[in-house]
Design a protein around this ligand. Structure first.
Ligand SMILES: [Zn+2]
Length: 78
């Protein structure tokens, strides 16, 4: 029996897009070995947390809000 089935694709929990595995960072704690957020969304989240840190903003995790910000930034840079 195979230990961990290597996923070839995964669905991002933020943008809900199914992308190839190479669009996801690796996370060995996950069943499929991949992060639940794609690299683009991860980057957005990182920028957002850096921005919040700089501006002293403390945010509660809000998926819907994150998704909106994610899409906004992606539209701007793609
Ligand atoms: Zn995504």
């Amino acid at each position: 029996m195979a230990k961990v089935k290597k996923a070839t694709h995964a669905t991002c929990t933020i943008c809900n897009e199914t992308k190839p595995a190479d669009q996801f960072n690796k996370n060995y704690q996950k069943l499929n070995g991949l992060q639940s957020n794609c690299k683009s969304c991860q980057r957005v989240l990182h920028h957002r947390s850096e921005y919040n840190k700089k501006n002293g903003i403390v945010t509660k995790r809000n998926k819907a809000k994150t998704k909106a910000i994610c899409q906004k930034i992606m539209e701007a840079c793609e």
